[in-house]
Ligand binder design. Structure first.
Ligand code: ATP
Ligand code: SF4
Ligand code: MG
Length: 334
């Protein structure tokens, strides 16, 4: 649950991310993305491949390498606007206030240093008093994420680890700075079910006991159902539905969310429960509208002429359920 002080640890306000083309023009990718997370709160960001989840996560740490660029909006971490934080302060945010588990751990780890060294360096740069204390913390962290035997695996280089071990090494580095917010981009995809359960339990206990907030990016609805309190559904670069987890899974309102959940329940890998992949949904890039109207209009079974004329705001459908579709909000109100 969010901590009683209600402090907002992450505030994404109308964030826009684009890509600069060879002709100098900017093609929008993420448009007007908004989301806030309170201290200790666990929130999932879901949506089909290419809708902008990873770019949003990276922008939360000020990482938008060219040709990508932030073209509008702002991100506040612990009340401080990211764009106003000087470079030295940004280093404190990255790995300090915010820990990040990248979707692709191979590129995120330095290949020339052992993973144990990289964890120790992160612990040292965020407050450990001595190298010996940092090594002890490293061993504890390795144990907690299931990288055992800790001493042996800490001497390994990234190329010597399996995909699942790399994911856990990334998590160890992300937690090494005692972050207040963990942004985890598909953190359990390469893990067996037992290890996945262990990692999810670790995140839950850090959240409940130490107030760690979580932004979890995932395609796995079983993980969503088990771990997070709220879910943001993203389509073509913007949040189209935001709701408490149980409400969203039980009664999705936005036509896109319904399509997404229906695709999951049709998937052969999901027989028996709300689990697994959302990849069977057609790519967002194909339908990313550039007009002011609803971006889902080309695929929507409920589309009206008015849907294509103006951008739809997120509207309150009651009980903390926000949806970017006036048609379903009107039906829901009846
Ligand atoms: N470095 C880049 N250069 C150009 N385009 C990019 C770059 N990174 C991402 N994109 C494009 O931006 C869009 C959003 O990408 P993003 O990685 O955020 O998607 P995603 O929602 O995380 O998808 P997935 O679920 O597959 O990880 C995609 O269409 C992608 O092709
Ligand atoms: S606004 Fe219109 S097109 Fe968009 S999801 Fe709602 S009904 Fe469909
Ligand atoms: Mg991604």
């Amino acid at each position: 649950m969010p901590r009683a002080d209600g402090a907002t640890i992450l505030e994404i306000e109308e964030l826009q991310i684009g890509i600069r083309g060879a002709d100098g023009g900017i093609q929008p990718i993420v448009g007007a993305m908004s989301l806030s997370i309170q201290a200790g709160e666990r929130v999932a960001l879901v949506g089909e491949s290419g809708c902008g989840k990873t770019l949003t996560a990276l922008a939360c740490l000020g990482i938008t390498p060219p040709p990508l660029l932030v073209t509008g909006g702002r991100v506040l971490v612990d009340g401080h606007e990211l764009a106003q934080i000087p470079a030295a302060g940004l280093q404190q945010v990255r790995g300090g206030t915010v820990g990040l588990v990248f979707q692709e751990p191979v590129g995120a780890l330095n290949p020339v240093f052992s993973v144990g060294f990289q964890v120790v360096e992160t612990i040292r740069s965020h407050g450990a008093e001595s190298r010996q204390q940092a090594r002890q913390e490293r061993d504890d962290l390795f144990e907690r994420v299931g990288l055992v035997p800790a001493r042996e695996l800490s001497r390994a280089y990234p190329h010597q680890l399996s995909g699942g071990q790399l994911q856990r090494a990334m998590l160890a580095i992300a937690l090494a700075g005692h972050p207040r917010l963990l942004i985890a981009d598909e953190p359990t995809t390469a893990l067996d079910l037992t290890t996945q359960a262990r990692i999810l339990e670790l995140i839950r206990s850090l959240s409940e006991e130490e107030g760690l907030a979580l932004l979890l990016i995932t395609h796995d609805l079983a993980v969503v159902a088990a771990l997070v309190e709220r879910v943001a559904v993203m389509f073509a670069g913007e949040v189209v539905e935001l709701a408490p987890t149980r409400a969203l899974l039980a009664e999705p309102l936005h036509p896109y969310t319904r399509e997404l959940l229906a695709a999951v329940s049709r998937s052969p890998s999901t027989a028996g429960g709300p689990s697994s992949e959302m990849e069977s949904v057609p790519a967002a890039a194909a339908t990313r509208a550039r007009s002011d109207g609803c971006r889902f209009a080309p695929r929507c079974p409920l589309v009206r002429t008015t849907c294509r004329q103006a951008r739809q705001p997120l509207q309150d459908a009651g009980a903390g359920h926000l949806v970017r579709c006036p048609v379903v909000v009107a039906r829901h109100d009846r």
